[in-house]
Design a protein around this ligand. Structure first.
Ligand code: PMP
Length: 437
């Protein structure tokens, strides 16, 4: 039997015992060695809308493996990569002109950061600063980690970080539930933002947003906030970068979250849902304006990893995206979203410990407070999560001091009503069992 103790899991202490060991996956479920079934209410790590054994995606990978398993990305092209690039350009927006492939969301954001700074330099500008929204997560490589303020304490000691990131105020307060933010409250947030932008705008080459702060607790950026950022970008030739790593590919009920806001980001970063998680793949999607600046200056893009644009990953993405376009997936996401929201609100709102349930498409945060209406401590949240696991359901959590303590639910799009009812009942039972009602 494997010695599982040799494995140091990402984002874990080396001595953390594993909560769960599984041996197989089928549909929306994982199975341990004793055959116990776990419903995966977290879609892997938010990247498996079609679950663990989608035949179309598996077959696309197998066919590609038998035809052309790898090519050198610097020198060689192949038809499927052009097909995927054209498809992405078509479903993003009309100004997107080129797709750069990566192996992860973090890497996609590294490329965005490099492009933004180089674009500024090519224009002859000295602007290098990049605006990032407080409590956002953009990845764990040095650039994307430096751009992230989520879990700031955990980054201590790894420095020096990449310099030049400036934090913008998060559009959130615990004074209201998310659906009850008043116009006045929003105006206050936007006016603070505008004051900061007025000072920063001459130094910024880009602003990067997660349109819904995901790891930080499913906190959507509201319309007026996004518009303020977008307008300052447009008026000052600051690149507007939309990190759609978590929100892309249908998760919010549109193919991409920016499509809810009638905006056209200059750079869009993708990964996760791009190919149903079976193989590593990400993309940085770039508008003509940026591409042209590189062409005019006869500049290459200084970015390469040997596995960029791997044919197996690309074949899986084509199968996945075509399925999404043909299967009426967005309609299913919207229907599921409404059903999940109704079910968990019905089952959970009776508990005094539930402060709010934040829903956006198929992204949900169940925000839990103690008897003083403060987010429950990290340890209590861990205890609750362990209980949920042992009851046969997998989901995640977000703990951000002073901001939120929440269960995160991002189920696969193919989850049935029965799966959702089960998930909701398990959360309810776990809340009672750990005395959080
Ligand atoms: N951006 C966002 C918005 C994310 O949610 C994540 C992953 N949680 C990343 C970037 C990093 O992606 P990856 O883990 O694939 O590097």
């Amino acid at each position: 039997m494997n010695n599982l103790n040799s494995y140091w899991k990402p984002f874990n202490r080396a001595d953390n015992p594993s909560i769960l060991e599984v041996v197989s996956g089928q549909g929306v479920n994982l199975y341990d060695k004793d055959g116990k079934k776990y419903f995966d209410g977290y879609s892997g790590l938010w990247n498996m809308p079609y679950g663990y054994d989608d035949e179309d995606i598996k077959n696309a990978i197998i066919d590609q493996l038998n035809t052309l398993p790898y090519v050198n990305p610097i020198t060689i092209n192949y038809p499927k990569i052009e097909e995927l690039s054209q498809l992405l350009c078509r479903i993003l927006h009309k100004d997107i002109d080129k797709i750069i492939y990566t192996c992860s969301g973090s890497e996609s954001n590294e490329v965005a950061i490099k492009l933004a700074r180089k674009y500024s330099a090519l224009k002859g500008s000295s602007r290098k600063a990049i605006g990032v929204v407080e409590n956002s997560y953009h990845g764990s490589y040095y650039g994307s980690m430096s751009a992230s303020t989520y879990e700031g304490k955990l980054r201590e000691g790894y420095g020096p970080m990449l310099s030049g990131f400036v934090s913008l105020p998060m559009p959130f307060t615990r004074d209201f539930k998310i659906d009850e933010f008043s116009t006045e409250c929003k105006e206050k947030i936007v006016s603070r933002l505008n004051e900061e932008l007025a000072v920063l705008k001459d130094h910024l080459c880009a602003i990067i947003i997660e349109p819904i702060i995901a790891s930080g607790g499913i906190i959507p950026l509201f319309d007026e906030y996004i518009r303020a950022l977008y307008e300052v970008c447009q008026d000052n030739d600051i690149l507007f970068v939309c990190d759609e790593v978590a929100t892309g590919f249908g998760r919010t009920g549109e193919l991409f979250c920016f499509q809810h806001f009638n905006i056209k980001p200059d750079i869009i970063t993708l990964s996760k849902g791009i190919n149903n998680g079976y193989l590593p793949l990400g993309a940085t999607c770039v508008t003509k304006k940026v591409v042209q600046q590189f062409i005019n200056n006869k500049e290459i893009i200084f970015h390469l990893s040997t596995q960029n644009g791997n044919p197996l990953s690309v074949a899986a993405a084509l199968a996945n995206i075509n399925k999404m376009l043909q299967d009426n997936t967005l309609e299913k996401v919207r229907e599921n979203s409404a059903f999940i929201s109704k079910t968990i609100k019905n089952d959970l709102c009776k508990f005094n410990s539930i402060f709010d349930i934040r829903c956006f498409g198929m992204m949900f945060a169940i925000d839990i407070v103690d008897e003083n209406d403060k987010p429950i401590p990290k340890e209590k949240l861990s205890e609750l999560m362990q209980r949920i696991y042992s009851l046969g359901c997998i989901m995640g959590s977000a703990y951000v001091e002073g901001i939120t303590s929440a269960i995160l639910v991002l189920p696969p799009f193919i989850a049935t009503k029965g799966d959702i009812k089960k998930l909701s009942k398990i959360i309810s039972k776990a809340i009672i069992e750990v005395n959080l009602f």
